[in-house]
Design a protein around this ligand. Structure first.
Ligand SMILES: O=C(O)c1ccccc1NCC(=O)[C@H](O)[C@H](O)COP(=O)(O)O
Length: 261
């Protein structure tokens, strides 16, 4: 491909993103849109932090209500004080009792990367994620074609967002790997039948290419597993229910992190 072809290709992407931005963003949301997202890698690889991506999750399809008595501000600030490397905030309302305003609220009071935890199936949601103050988007291989993963990751990169690709098996991993991924997360929960096994992470660890962060997601409930996952090369650990089940999730995380040290 000639330089001119490359310039034109890049320009097409830039223009496509610009068109989406102007058609999707209301004036008052533009301020957030121009905010420079934080680097997922920088925070996850910071040895002073725990490696934990702490999730705000009121409810889930597999467990029903987990905790609907706590406030986003209290929980997320508690997580940050306990040494979280990043936050994860569910924005799906119907299945998780999440809300877009939860993400806005978490952004307002915290200065570490925030993952918009949702089911991204359209470019619109990626643009929207940035207007809500997210730094990282989630692409779930099980619900996207390889072309969509590639296209969405490229769009995210073009507007400065980090991308976490979530896989559950080798087939999903191999078919979905592409450029512009910052992290690959192995979900220990089978989203089809909700069964959980951390062995899924150990099985896929060696197949994740160097240069992207390795994240283990779901069903992590003790520090022993984290030590084993670290030995297997994982840089990040997404934890929701284990903390959210407690009346003070931030305090629960602080005790967990103390045990990890
Ligand atoms: O958690 C669920 O029941 C669930 C069901 C269907 C799709 C996604 C689901 N969870 C999203 C997640 O990935 C988890 O919230 C996240 O990894 C934290 O898991 P956990 O520590 O087990 O709460």
């Amino acid at each position: 491909m000639t330089i001119l072809d490359q310039i034109v290709q890049k320009k097409k992407k830039e223009v496509a993103a610009a068109k989406l931005i102007t058609s999707y963003i209301h004036l008052e949301e533009r301020e957030m849109f121009v905010r420079e997202p934080l680097s997922f890698k920088e925070f996850l690889l910071d040895p002073e932090r725990s490696g934990i991506i702490a999730e705000f999750k009121r409810k889930s399809p597999s467990k029903g209500i987990i905790n609907d008595q706590v406030k986003v501000r209290d929980v997320t600030q508690g997580y940050v004080a306990a040494g979280a490397s990043a936050l994860s905030v569910l924005t799906d309302r119907h299945f998780f009792m999440g809300a877009k305003r939860d993400l806005l609220e978490a952004r307002k009071f915290n200065n570490i990367p925030i993952l918009r935890k949702d089911f991204m199936i359209d470019e619109y949601q990626i643009i929207e994620a940035k207007t809500l103050g997210a730094d990282v988007i989630l692409l779930i291989a099980a619900i996207l074609t390889p072309e969509e993963v590639k296209q969405f990751a490229a769009l995210a990169k073009s507007i400065g967002l980090n991308t976490l690709l979530e896989v559950h098996n080798l087939e999903e991993l191999e078919r979905s790997i592409c450029d512009n991924l910052d992290a690959i997360g192995v979900n220990n929960r089978n989203l089809a039948d909700f069964s959980v096994s951390v062995d899924t992470s150990f099985q896929l660890a060696g197949h994740i290419p160097a240069g992207v962060l390795k994240i283990s997601e779901s069903a992590i409930s003790n520090t022993h597993v984290i030590r084993q996952l670290k030995e297997a090369g994982f840089n990040g650990f997404l934890i929701g229910e284990n903390f959210m089940r407690q009346p003070d999730p931030g305090l629960a995380m602080q005790e967990f992190v103390n045990e990890l040290r």
